[in-house]
Structures are given as structure tokens and as C-alpha cells.
Design a protein around this ligand. Structure first.
Ligand SMILES: [Zn+2]
Length: 104
């Protein structure tokens, strides 16, 4: 099974689309993602945009609410997990996608 954790809001910011998700460019991107994913045997799972992917410890599940965007490294006050912010987000999005897939 192929799966990729993808933060759509971060991708939207990176691509600097500057408009809502419903604009034509974004809609076309999502349509193509769904089409290509299905064609290549991938699951495309939408994660709640408020899911705390960067603030949740990927080791113990603690949600570090005080973490700021400027804190590029996550240090868990509970288990001591030390990890890059983006890497942690990717792991958590991947795990959340699997959780949703397995609960469906
Ligand atoms: Zn932890």
C-alpha cells in the first residue's frame, strides 16, 4: 500500500495560490491528485485542517499547545522526543491518514 502524508494548507501556502481552496487552480490540483492517486493504487484521505500535526508528539501523543511556528524543532516535555517540526507533521499526518483509513 502506498501512502503519503501531505499538508494541503502548507502546500497551498508554498504554492502561494493566495485564494481559497475552491479556486479553479486548487480545485484542478485536487482533482488531478485524486485521479492520479486512484490510477496508481493510492488512497487519498482528507485530514481535518485543524488536526494538530506539528504540535502532537509522534512518539507519545502529547499535544504541545505552546509550540510556536518559530520553534522549528519539537522537544516533547513528556517523553523527550526531539524532532524537526516538518518531519513530525509528516509522520503525524501519515498516521492520522492510516487511522482514518482503518476506521472506515
Ligand atoms: Zn512525547
Amino acid at each position: 500500500m502506498k501512502h503519503i502524508g501531505l499538508d494541503m494548507s502548507a502546500l497551498k501556502q508554498t504554492l502561494n495560490l493566495g485564494k481559497s481552496y475552491s479556486d479553479n487552480g486548487w480545485g484542478m490540483f485536487v482533482t488531478m491528485l485524486l485521479y492520479k492517486g486512484k490510477r496508481n493504487g493510492c488512497y487519498i484521505i482528507k485530514i481535518d485542517k485543524w488536526f494538530p500535526s506539528s504540535k502532537t508528539c509522534s512518539e507519545c501523543g502529547y499535544v504541545h499547545k505552546e509550540l510556536q511556528l518559530s520553534d522549528r524543532t519539537y522537544v516533547c516535555p513528556v517523553c523527550g522526543n526531539l524532532i524537526d517540526w516538518d518531519e513530525q507533521a509528516a509522520i503525524n499526518i501519515d498516521l492520522e491518514g492510516l487511522r482514518i483509513l482503518l476506521s472506515a
